[in-house]
Design a binder for this molecule. Structure first.
Ligand code: XIL
Length: 305
């Protein structure tokens, strides 16, 4: 029967993928499904973040990240690095370092030319830059520093800015559009916008597809990077049906936007979803349940492509 990555490719997309955490890989059922044809791409859920990769200055540890990369490679899956500059999961030597601007700039350059990937969650809801050690020390120039460092380390890797609450029209989506325009006109490398898409059942924004198109009209690609659709527990048949429709709506929006290149779910099974710990009382957000049964969401994804 049809599978998710096959359906994505038939719709002209590059991949359908999933987040994978290192602990997941000791679960043999998990690994079997991961390798079973539904997924053409993986994102490390945690092990390529700054705290995991450069826990002390200049000391890089890639063991955990490499474990994800080697599974992806063994499965023939595209790897999305996640992430290079983010205000969360930063080791305290970075967040509390009290570095001068030039020192922090060189720290970012070293980190982002060693860790290839995205800039994550740099805007507040009103479109202003988020307070972080990066913004506080360097103003917005850290974005250019990080992108240029990543580009010079690997000219072939796609460089993305990733954020949440940019799935609908508003100040934050506009801020990302303005940043993309400014980067492009300055000649700074930027290939795409990652639209996280952590939704709740019934809550897919009506402006979703038009926002995706608004990004691609600026000359960048978009990817849906962290899709999950949570519900208030316990799940019911009605909620699961609605969730299936919501997954279909999200996928159909990507299908309809030619430069939406792929979709990644923020883990494929409820067994390892981050939602219950991040949002107590909510969960059941993924296309497979905690016992690895496919939910209506699985068919919803197929129907959306
Ligand atoms: C989450 C991981 O899934 C959790 O295991 C971790 O405790 C916190 O981070 N947006 C992102 C992801 O960009 O990196 C986050 O991942 C989920 C929200």
């Amino acid at each position: 029967s049809a599978q998710l990555n096959t359906a994505a490719k038939a719709a002209g997309k590059v991949y359908f993928g999933t987040a994978v955490d290192n602990g997941d890989l000791s679960d043999s059922t998990y690994k079997t499904i991961l390798a079973g044809g539904d997924f053409g791409q993986v994102t490390a859920a945690n092990s390529m973040k700054w705290d995991a990769t450069e826990p002390s200055r200049g000391t890089f540890t890639f063991t955990q990240g490499d474990a994800i990369a080697s599974v992806a490679s063994a499965n023939g899956q595209v790897l999305r690095g996640h992430n290079c500059v983010w205000h969360n999961q930063l080791p305290s030597w970075v967040s509390n370092g009290g570095f001068s601007a030039s020192t922090l700039q060189s720290i970012i350059t070293t980190h982002c030319s060693t860790i290839l990937t995205v800039i994550s969650e740099i805007f507040n809801e009103d479109g202003s830059f988020r307070t972080s050690v990066f913004y506080n020390t360097l103003n917005s120039s850290f974005v250019t520093t990080a992108l240029q460092a990543a580009k010079s380390a690997d000219p072939n890797t796609k460089l993305y800015i990733n954020d949440y609450n940019i799935e609908y029209t508003g100040a934050k989506a506009t801020a990302v559009q303005n940043l993309v325009k400014a980067l492009k006109s300055a000649g700074t490398p930027i290939d795409g916008v990652g639209v996280q898409s952590h939704f709740s059942v019934g809550g897919v924004p009506s402006s979703y597809q038009s926002v995706l198109s608004a990004f691609t009209s600026l000359g960048v690609e978009v990817a849906i990077t962290e899709l999950d659709i949570a519900m208030t527990l316990p799940s019911t048949a009605a909620l699961l049906t609605q969730q299936g429709n919501d997954y279909k709506t999200v996928i159909a929006a990507c299908t309809a936007v030619p430069k939406c290149i792929g979709v990644t779910v923020w883990d494929y099974t409820d067994k390892y979803s981050w939602i219950p710990s991040a949002s107590p009382g909510k969960g059941a957000a993924c296309p497979w349940d905690a016992n690895y049964n496919k939910k209506p969401a699985y068919q919803g994804i197929l129907n959306g492509f």
